[in-house]
Design a protein around this ligand. Structure first.
Ligand SMILES: *[C@@H]1O[C@H](CO)[C@@H](O)[C@H](O)[C@H]1NC(C)=O
Length: 271
C-alpha cells in the first residue's frame, strides 16, 4: 500500500513537474527596455522593407534617420517582411547586411530593433533570421516569433501572426514556407493565444500595444485577415489593448474602433 501510494505520488509529482516545464517553456520571452527619465518613450515602426536599398528603401532610411534624431527615439520596431523576396537563406546570407546594416546607417537608428517575422520571411530559413548569430553581426538585431517588451509606460506584445493564416498551409501556391518549430499548427496556435491572453491580462502598463505582421482589419490589397478577426481580435478586445500595429498591406491606414476612445487616454496626439 505504502509503496503504491508513494509510486502514485511520485507519478503525480512527475506529471506536475512536466506541466511546469511545459508551461514555462511556452511562456513568452520578456525583455525590459527603459523609457526616458521623464517616463516618455518614442520609437519608429517600419515593415516590409529589406530590398538591398532598392524600391526607395534607402531614401526612406535617410528620412527615418532625420525623424529618429528629432524624436530622439528609444528603439525601432519592425513588423516583418524583413528580407525580400524569400527571407534569409542562412545566417551568412549577405542580404542581412545589404538590407539592414548598410541601409539603416543614420546615427539615430543605431538603437535596438525589435522585429517579428512576415510571410516573406517564412519563405526562407526562419531559424537563421531568429539566430543569435545575427546579433553578433549587428548588435541592433533582435527577431523572435512572439515576445514581450516592457518599456515602462508601454508594454509591447509581439505576436507571430503567420501560423494563423490558412492560405499559407492549404494553398501556398509555388511558395515553400519554413514551418519548423510551428507544427503541429493547431497546438501551436492554441498555446500562443493562451500565452498572449495571459501576458495581456497580467499587464499593468498604461498602454498595451500589440505588434504583428498581418492586418486584422484592412481596406488594402489583402483586406482583413479573417483568422485574426475570429481568433485573435477577441483576445485584444477582452484585454483592452490600446493599439495594434502591423504591416503586410503596404498601405498607410489608421483604423479605430470608437468604443475604445471614450476613455481619458488619448493617442491621437502621439500619431
Ligand atoms: C521611389 O520614389 C519615387 C518618388 O516618390 C517614385 O516616383 C518611384 O516610383 C519610387 N520607386 C520605386 C521603385 O518604388
Amino acid at each position: 500500500m505504502a509503496a503504491h501510494a508513494s509510486i502514485k505520488s511520485m507519478a503525480l509529482c512527475l506529471v506536475m513537474t512536466m506541466c511546469l516545464v511545459i508551461s514555462s517553456v511556452a511562456e513568452l520571452q520578456r525583455f525590459d527596455h527603459p523609457a526616458n527619465d521623464d517616463g516618455s518613450l518614442s520609437f519608429l515602426v517600419i515593415g516590409d522593407w529589406g530590398r538591398r536599398g532598392t524600391y526607395n528603401q534607402s531614401e526612406v532610411a535617410v528620412q527615418m534617420g532625420r525623424v529618429g534624431e528629432k524624436l530622439n527615439i528609444n528603439f525601432v520596431i519592425s513588423v516583418g517582411d524583413n528580407f525580400y523576396d524569400n527571407g534569409l537563406t542562412g545566417e551568412n546570407d549577405p542580404n542581412f547586411e545589404e538590407s539592414f546594416t548598410k541601409v539603416y546607417t543614420a546615427k539615430s537608428l543605431q538603437k535596438q530593433w525589435y522585429s517579428v517575422l512576415g510571410n516573406h520571411d517564412y519563405r526562407g530559413n526562419v531559424k537563421a533570421q531568429l539566430s543569435p548569430v545575427l546579433k553578433q553581426k549587428d548588435s541592433r538585431w533582435l527577431c523572435l516569433r512572439s515576445f514581450v517588451v516592457n518599456a515602462g509606460i508601454v508594454e509591447f506584445f509581439f505576436v507571430d501572426t503567420n501560423p494563423f493564416v490558412d492560405m499559407y498551409f492549404y494553398d501556398p501556391k509555388d511558395h515553400i514556407y519554413d514551418w519548423r518549430g510551428v507544427l503541429p499548427r493547431k497546438k501551436y496556435i492554441a498555446n500562443l493565444l493562451r500565452d498572449v491572453d495571459t501576458a495581456l491580462s497580467q499587464s499593468t502598463a498604461t498602454w498595451k500595444i500589440v505588434v504583428g505582421h498581418h492586418a486584422i482589419r484592412s481596406v488594402g490589397h489583402h483586406g482583413d485577415t479573417k483568422e485574426l478577426v475570429e481568433k485573435f481580435l477577441p483576445i485584444l478586445q477582452r484585454n483592452n489593448v490600446d493599439l495594434y500595429m502591423n504591416g503586410h498591406d503596404h498601405c498607410l491606414e489608421h483604423i479605430s474602433s470608437l468604443s475604445r476612445w471614450t476613455g481619458s487616454k488619448q493617442l491621437y496626439s502621439a500619431i
